[in-house]
Design a binder for this molecule. Structure first.
Ligand SMILES: [Zn+2]
Length: 63
């Protein structure tokens, strides 16, 4: 379980912005970059080359 404290110190490696945690998808979302970073075994993978691009629909969902 990714705790709130850890979440609050995480920032997007690209824009250094705030991330939104999607518990169901286990992904950390950056809206400005429309990217989703995976969380593997409760460890956030904050690498832009590991991230996937959000679809337009997905970005709408998180707004
Ligand atoms: Zn970002």
């Amino acid at each position: 379980m990714l705790d709130q404290k850890l979440l609050s110190i995480l920032a997007c490696p690209v824009c250094k912005g705030e991330l939104h945690y999607d518990r169901e998808a286990k992904e950390l979302i950056c809206l400005p970059d429309a990217m989703a970073f995976p969380v593997r075994d409760d460890v956030p993978v904050m690498l832009s080359n590991e991230a996937r691009e959000l679809t337009l629909e997905e970005s709408e969902k998180y707004r």
